[in-house]
Design a protein around this ligand. Sequence first.
Ligand SMILES: Nc1ncnc2c1ncn2[C@@H]1O[C@H](COP(=O)(O)OP(=O)(O)OP(=O)(O)O)[C@@H](O)[C@H]1O
Ligand SMILES: [Mg+2]
Length: 335
Amino acid sequence: MTTKEQIMENLETVLVPSAMRSIVGLNLVREVNTSDGKVNIDLSSTGLISEAKDWIKHNIEEIIQQLPDVKEVTVKYSDAKAKDLNKINQIIAVMSGKGGVGKSLVSSLVAIALNRKGFDVGILDADITGSSIPKMFNLNVMPGGNGSGLLPVLSRSGIEVMSINLLLPSEDDAVIWRGPLIGNTIKQFGEDVLWGKLDYLIIDLPPGTADAPLTVMQSFPISGVIIVFTPQDLVEMIVRKAVNMARKMNKRILGVVENMSYLYVPEIDKKIEVFGRSRGEELALIANAPLLGQLPVDTKLVTLCDKGDIELYDSEVVAKLGASLIESLSLTVQE
Ligand SMILES: Nc1ncnc2c1ncn2[C@@H]1O[C@H](COP(=O)(O)OP(=O)(O)OP(=O)(O)O)[C@@H](O)[C@H]1O
Ligand SMILES: [Mg+2]
């Protein structure tokens, strides 16, 4: 006899066209029943155009029919909201008190680090007007889906990505939108993107501590934030602003990341602090959170980002970032 578990295992192999994730991963399988060789499967049609629905149905019938003792397979579709299907374990927002400090880079590296550890990870590029994530991952396909749900695009290493840039006709189109429109887009991302089952969703917040990052923080059930900064003048004040914002919003600070902390010169085996004295430890104390990592200034990073090959960046720093973040997430909150 074929069991429900075996059926689910087989459904794992059925991919949603364009999203390239399985119907189980996208949490579209609502119910599976089996008795006397009859198998009934209820699916949600969220984000599926009619061709995709037919294709998936046909695929399921073909696969399940081959299992022992299965005589009949019925696949039925019902409606559900994307938001109700999303099962995201932790949502982590990456913020900075100031623009251009490497927030998008850190968001990407955090996602890559967690993905390398075997977790299901997504990135939401919530920096509507300064969107840069798709370029780093070399993504330029239009997300699939329809009015009932928007399907993220899968990166080469299997990270789900959603960004306004993917939805614009041309990658170079500048987004010059006013506040309310930006707010609506963010809310729509919160409602309509079908992430399915994810261990971690990383949100690249807009820079600064003004309205735009606040809207995002209010629109998603964020578990915690990571604060990114660089060694520079007034860094303490900039980090304090970000810390205050996170505290006001009642969000836990999971850690801080110092970017462009030093330049490593292999010829003399020395780290040179090119942008000023590194203050990682000190600012971690101010934030009352762990220092998750200190990223070097690395020309390799610039090249990889420009080529859309960020997923090829192989550095101990990335592994450490992932490990210390997981450690921080596992700590019980002591307020
Ligand atoms: N550690 C680093 N080494 C070398 N280049 C870096 C490093 N960090 C960031 N950069 C480069 O600096 C630029 C800005 O980085 P990034 O886009 O991540 O900043 P951001 O904080 O997201 O900016 P914005 O505020 O505009 O969103 C990128 O082109 C990136 O390649
Ligand atoms: Mg950015």
